[in-house]
Ligand binder design. Structure first.
Ligand code: UGA
Ligand code: MN
Length: 243
């Protein structure tokens, strides 16, 4: 089965570094289709230039976050992108394969891909570097998922991270209205509810969830004060270049 690897991304100065690292991970994976959904009004040509170089099949989608959600606190990051990718899968008749949401800043062990490829309905596995407990994982007993270990339960039915599950497309197709909400922190839970997930459907991967094959790494941002100074410099540069 093909893995449809969905990556939300957005323009900022770290973007090329993140996508270069991720693309060079994905270059090792056979039978993978990379859906890169950019939080931007159009398809940036520099992104196509970058994506082409990896030599892997990809689809570049322009999926800007509707302005109204930018005023939310916290903002629902990557939701417009993932929704657009799900719609692309539906509209292009991709009926078999495995869907995985891989953010542009996460770190992936190559073994993750062979684990998720056999997903029958929904597979789950640990994600490292999440919250206070440092790992978010299903709890497995005798080969079955019986609960979850996560530092932010928040009354969620499925307290898992976006990077901690994969979905078979035939299973997804059983829920034609499945979607992801614009609700920060609850995207995973409500998406999994919308596909009618039941505990008995979950396939534990990564040696019964005893291994970490994906990490929620985060790239340190430059302090906003410095960005402000930069834009001041930019402004004054532009002024000095004036007509
Ligand atoms: C965590 C989870 O790992 C995400 O899956 C979840 O979407 C997010 O929280 C959330 O609930 O907001 P985190 O590392 O905190 O992720 O967030 P980011 O990595 O900054 O953003 C998640 C994804 O959305 C990334 O792939 C990022 O490139 C993209 N994004 C972020 C946008 O498309 N637009 C933005 O304005 C910000
Ligand atoms: Mn992230």
């Amino acid at each position: 089965p093909t893995i449809y690897f969905v990556t939300p991304t957005y323009p900022r100065r770290e973007q090329i570094a993140e996508l270069t690292r991720l693309g060079q991970t994905l270059m090792h994976i056979p039978n993978l289709h990379w859906i890169v959904a950019d939080d931007f009004d159009g398809c940036n040509t520099f992104l196509d230039y970058l994506l082409n170089k990896f030599g892997i099949p990809y689809t570049h989608i322009a999926s800007p976050m509707p302005d109204i959600y930018r005023s939310f606190a916290p903002i629902p990051r990557g939701v417009a992108n993932r929704r657009a990718a799900i719609n692309w899968i539906r509209n292009n008749g991709k009926k078999s394969g495995v869907l995985y949401f891989g953010d542009d800043d996460n770190a992936f062990d190559l073994r993750l891909f062979s684990e998720i490829r056999s997903t029958q309905r929904v597979s789950m596995f640990p994600v490292g570097l999440i919250g206070l407990y440092a790992v978010s994982t299903p709890i497995v007993k005798q080969g079955k998922v019986i609960g979850f270990f996560d530092s932010w339960p928040a009354n969620r039915l499925w307290p898992v991270d976006m990077a901690g599950f994969a979905v078979n497309l035939e299973y997804l197709a059983l829920s034609p209205n499945a979607t992801m909400p614009y609700r920060a922190g609850y995207e995973e839970d409500e998406f999994l509810k919308s596909i009618g997930l039941q505990m008995a459907h979950i396939e534990p991967k990564a040696s019964n969830c005893s291994e970490i094959l994906v990490w929620h790494t985060q790239t340190k941002k430059e302090k906003s004060a410095v960005v402000r100074i930069d834009s001041k410099i930019l402004e004054s540069d532009q002024t000095s270049l004036g007509p």
